[in-house]
Ligand binder design. Sequence first.
Ligand code: ADP
Ligand code: LRH
Length: 491
Amino acid sequence: MSSILAFDLGASSGRALLGRLTDGKIEVEELHRFPNDPVQAGDRLYWDILRLYHEIKQGLLKAKHRGIDLQSMGIDSWAVDFGFIGKNGELAGNPYHYRDRHTEEAMERVMAEIPAGVIFARTGIQFLPFNTIYQLYALKQAKSPVLQEGSRLLMIPDLLRYFLTGEMHNEFTNATTTQLYNPVTDDWDPELLRLLDLPRSWFGNVLKPGELAGRLQPSVCEELGVASIPVYAVAEHDTGSAVAAVPATEKSFAYLSCGTWSLMGTEVDKPVLHELAQKLNFTNEGGFGNTFRLLKNIMGLWILQECRREWEREGRSYSFPELVQLASNAKPLATFIDPDDDLFLPPGDMPARIAEYCRRTNQAEPDGVGEIVRCILESLALKYRYVFEMTERLSGQSFGGLHMVGGGIQNTLLCQWTANAIGKPVWAGPSEGSAIGNLAVQWIAQGAFADIWEARKAIRESFPVETYEPSDSELWVGAYKRFRTLTGLSD
Ligand code: ADP
Ligand code: LRH
């Protein structure tokens, strides 16, 4: 029996999942879970990177205390963020959170220097204001001291792996999210680096998911009193790991990775680089086995997380199940927001911003917690329909339903409303998609599964998948028309 460990760091929490494989059946156990709260210090919003590293060590210690003989481990996390390792081998500065305001206007400025069409043709990546490319531009403009000759840029899992192994590598799936990686030449794009005056030496060799990235270094083994275990590069972008874990049977399928973000799309063999993909602002993020995720970011449950944080600040604490219960009692299909309006990207008072959006669009403001939560969840479900249709249009496929994975599937109302909105079944599971995809890639690397399809079959047979059949079709078709008009979303 092989025991391996997956660390999955989401924007709201992190966990260490122990995976065991017996006769093709996967069992998982959550060894460790920890919050991932960003830290505001002065004007800046940071990740608490050393705390995250500490939590990874805690996970390893818990495995040791349980007497588990680990064969390997892997780390995945949210994308686009990074740290620099200076010439002295130390972390230079503390990584910024992608929601920090330092990138304000950076995307527009870069696009004034390099046409958007050139950037898209060279990377296939959607235009999000916090992509690594714009963060680097903003740091350069600010003459940040972290940018130095001879430094190395490491994405978040690259950085944590470096602390563990002492080896510096960039991993493919996360590298693509920088919007500086060319999926056709399969390398950092020299032209974009030249145009932005970013030294090639900052960017290292790129490992594909499934390649060995090193072993726990002696100092770490000594500190923790553990044996040196192999550390694999997995699909280190959490969305890449989540999609690897989709328990699909069909080659072409639609998915929604539902957590802090909602990521909806399909898996393709080659990046889709034509004009319509750029116009619809779809992305082609690198995946396991040289696949690409043709998908679009939707703001997701972040808006609900921020409402919850705001209510907590006011002294009202609600669990997610309580919020879902309150929403289920509120008036249906009353008010809508476009979750992807710029208003909702930065942290802050989301209930007030939802009210502002409603005033702007001549709608009555939702009154009370239940109505606000209902507005968020129904608007998400309707936005899912919009992106589902765009995914079908772009890929030329018609999907029989939607696979949902991620922590958000514990919200059964959202799953049901998503089925209602798209008018097709939703298959929900597993909820720990990213961590399970992380485990699957380690097992493929070790030969325990022949390929991703064998791994997906094992996932299908090892974890429950809940089916939600669509209902109330007429109501939702009417609501979708209103939603499209109110939000101004065009074809
Ligand atoms: P991330 O990995 O991005 O941090 P997760 O995949 O862990 O996010 O999903 C977190 C989201 O899942 C929360 O924002 C919340 O909306 C939802 N969620 C978690 N637990 C529950 C629950 N018990 N009931 C309903 N929703 C839940
Ligand atoms: C989801 C995610 C998403 C990125 C965002 C920064 O956790 O990795 O795929 O766009 O975080």
